[in-house]
Write a protein of this length. Sequence first.
Length: 534
Amino acid sequence: DMARDWAKNESPVAEFRKVRASGEPQAYNADAYATMAQMGWAGVIIPEEHGGSDFGFMSAGLVIEELGKTLTASPLIATTIAASAIILGGSDEQKATYLAKLTSGEWTGTMNLTEPHCGTDLGMIRTKAEPQADGSYSITGTKIFISAGEHDMAENIIHFVLARTPDAPDGPKGISLFIVPKFLVNEDGTLGERNDLRCLSLEEKLGIHGSPTCVMSFGDDGGSVGYLVGKENEGLAAMFTMMNNARLNIGISGLAIAERAYQQALAYAKERQQFGPIIRHPDIRRMLMTMKSQIEAMRAVTYDAALALDAAKRIEDKSARADAQARIDLLIPMIKAWCTDLGVEISSLALQVHGGTGFIEETGIAQHYRDARIAPIYEGTNGIQALDLIGRKVLRDKGAAMTAYIGEARSQLAEIAGNGATRNASITDAAYDALDQLEATTTWLIENATADPTPAFAGANAYLRLFGTVAGAVMLARATAIATDAEDGPDGFYAAKRTTAAFYADHVLPQISGLRHAIEKGHETVMALADEAF
């Protein structure tokens, strides 16, 4: 209920800009955040030895999904990532100073990557880090799009900042990671003086109005005090380790907002009268089934990946752990992009179910549409996820990880068929055929990208969508194989699972033929038009 109250406020930027006597911007949702922190949500994936709950990514994902259904603007995810960064690369002193407060949510964390002149190309970063005699660094520069960069929800904000030291090599190999606290921390753990950093402005945004998105300036009055995390010039590697976790979380947020929008559309369809309840009309039913089937596919694929991420971090056998890591590396870019694209599409469908009232703010469905739209952009745009999938996860190892995924999926489907699960044959057979198309498309990409990767990159977005759609079919086939073991009547839970999977096979999975054509044939027209002809 507290999270819903937060989410209902459509004008928090105006509230946030109220200035107290201290001159600090004031957030209206400080009490709501304090309640969540007290409930322990900031430390769900942090090991118990550091004060966390050590849920693992599978269990933590369930928490993130539930919070994401009502609250897309919380700083909890960034705070968790900040704590993880210290666990992975921080010194014993840094762990002692910051970790407990971040894990408890008493302090919040941010990630400061993007600058006014560079986003994805982090090798262009200009923020400077000058070594000081006491072992600290003086940080100067400007960062943009910083979620929860300034607020009064917590007594301290711990910024993680990518910057370049004086002798660093050019490009991404010369980037280091620094802790830059809003307030310096004394040896006894109390807060000291205000660091030389400030929020220059708050962005007016399409959605996620409950989150203050800030332009941050470091070192206007001589230099912010920063502390190196790990080694110099290894900051990007540390950041990308955290980004894997963050991208899974963002994929879950796409799932969460899709589910929230679907539930609201379903309730409206049952009560809205137009020649009877509109849920009885085929076109409304088509939209609801499109939402429901893809949400169930998204959820199954996402939590399968969360299990792989847990295995990659917890299994003792090195070979099995390496296999799990290869699997999660393959799945992460797909999940982040596929789930967030579907989050936008499904929230748009939910608005359509509402008809004209959906376009009116009073219903609240428009907020889901606006809030969903950021997810395909941040934590690496979905176009970048597609290029990552093609370039780093398929072409680099000549399809080894994808081939392993396809082989495992085929084995799972064969086992289902061998067990006589005939009532879900439509989705099982369709998924098996879809795997053939995924394999053939992967082979085509590898064969046609040896000399020039342009054809592969031109079809990268379509390939990622194809992969996600096929993965969803495989997981629905697995889910309905379990469902056939239970008899609960024609209208029961398991029967609904089978019908939903059959709809996916009939209405969603056929899209992959068009996607394959766009990859194998459409790449020629992507780059055909001269720049001057646009």
